[in-house]
Design a protein around this ligand. Structure first.
Ligand code: PLP
Length: 391
């Protein structure tokens, strides 16, 4: 197979890359540099694609105050996964509790109470025990029930199985919510992160429609909201359709199923807003072969699975790696710096790195603004958490 070097300019304009690199050049590796202007542009594109939807940024993708402040100023709402995220969000100031949804279905009763005391009145759920906790700790609040989705195979980072319940159970929970004095508000789903099959939204919206109709006709419950989660794409090595195509198709699915009776639509983007705005920069620590005859070189770098690159697990997310050297490429193994044999990012980085790559050279991991700093361990093997810098 002939290998092609990663073309950084198919991911960043020359100006964008220049801006990111000029900050990167002044810093010691490893770190992520993020251009908030690119996040601003991604937000504009999403809002344009879904002009009537309410955006709830999924803070877990990257909770940096620079990002939260920017999105607050753009009028975004926030999907919050824990009280610690809520604290971070409220610390920036100017965010009203109505702009917050507690989107994690796994939570303690005291966490629900904490949100309630801060004024939050919208909660996700997918189980009876959690629903009863919400009824006690957050009386009268709006609840929406998350349903299971298909699409595991076509999502690079699936979020099924652990979250959501079957539609018949969702209906029972919404009926119970009303009995418990809560407001049965709507239904949510997440088709899986980096979802490559737009049809996954079609199937999920069709299930939601059945729930809306049955509850209305059989139980006199009118639901008001669909939370379509995240799953919108970032640019990694293998491309998907662009966001405008996702928006067009998904809007068509919604119109086919709900027509003039459109409920409130909520989106919870993480990856699609943030990933492309960031570049993780690492340095080559060591290059070796395991024997004189071994085919592949091992490239050890100063960032690894435990310091931000966990989404390379099973090679799920294939980050494009840019290097400054050019020349003949060779397939390599790329591994992190810790004393753990699980700390290998790619066993076969078949896009190749140049044969003349040397110790001390920098690797530019493109599209790494989301799900990197937040996944970085505090002190595994003594390495500090991944640093990040914002333009
Ligand atoms: N909403 C919820 C409840 C999630 O768990 C996640 C990701 O884990 C997101 C939204 C963000 O999804 P994505 O990064 O695919 O946009």
């Amino acid at each position: 197979m002939s290998m092609m070097p990663i073309d950084v300019h198919s991911f960043y304009t020359p100006e964008q890359f220049k801006r990111l690199k000029s900050l990167a050049d002044t810093k010691e590796t490893p770190f992520v540099v993020i251009d908030t202007k690119m996040i601003d542009e991604a937000y504009t594109e999403l809002a344009k694609g879904f002009p009537t939807a309410d955006i709830f940024y999924a803070i877990k993708a990257n909770p940096a105050p620079e990002i939260l402040t920017l999105l607050r100023d753009r009028g975004s709402n926030f999907d919050v996964a824990s009280r610690y995220e809520l604290d971070k969000l409220l610390a920036i100031g100017g965010v009203k509790p109505e702009q917050v949804s507690y989107g994690n279905t796994i939570k303690k009763a005291q966490d629900v109470r904490y949100f309630y005391e801060k004024g939050v009145r919208m909660f996700a759920t997918d189980s009876e025990a959690d629903l009863r906790n919400i009824a006690k700790a957050a009386p009268g609040s709006r609840v929406y029930v998350r349903i299971l989705t298909e699409g595991t195979v076509s999502a690079d980072w699936p979020l099924s199985r652990k979250f959501g319940c079957r539609p018949d159970m969702a209906m029972d929970l919404l009926i119970l919510a009303k009995e418990l004095g809560l407001e049965p508000y709507g239904v949510s789903f997440h088709v899986g992160s980096q979802q490559r099959d737009i049809g996954a939204w079609d199937a999920a919206i069709a299930s939601v429609k059945v729930i809306f109709e049955r509850l209305k006709s059989e139980d006199n419950i009118t639901l008001k909201m669909i939370n379509m989660g995240g799953g919108f794409p970032a640019n990694y090595i293998s491309r998907t359709n662009d966001l405008a195509t996702y928006a067009e198709e998904i809007t068509r699915f919604l119109e086919e199923d709900f027509g003039d009776d459109m409920p409130r639509i909520i989106l919870e983007p993480g990856r699609s807003l943030i990933s492309n705005a960031g570049i993780l920069v690492s340095e080559v620590v060591l290059i070796s072969r395991k024997s004189h005859t071994a085919l592949n070189r091992w490239i050890f770098t100063d960032v690894g699975k435990f310091s931000g690159l966990i989404e390379t697990l099973d090679e799920s997310i294939k980050y494009p790696i840019h290097v400054e050297k050019t020349g003949e490429l060779e397939e390599v193994i790329i591994a992190g710096p810790t004393c753990d044999s699980a700390d290998i990012m790619y066993e076969h980085y078949k896009y190749g790195l140049p044969l003349n790559l040397a110790i001390g050279d920098r690797l530019y991991w493109l599209s790494t603004g989301a799900y990197t700093t937040t996944y970085s361990a505090v002190e595994f093997n003594g390495f500090p958490p991944l640093k990040s810098y914002y333009i």
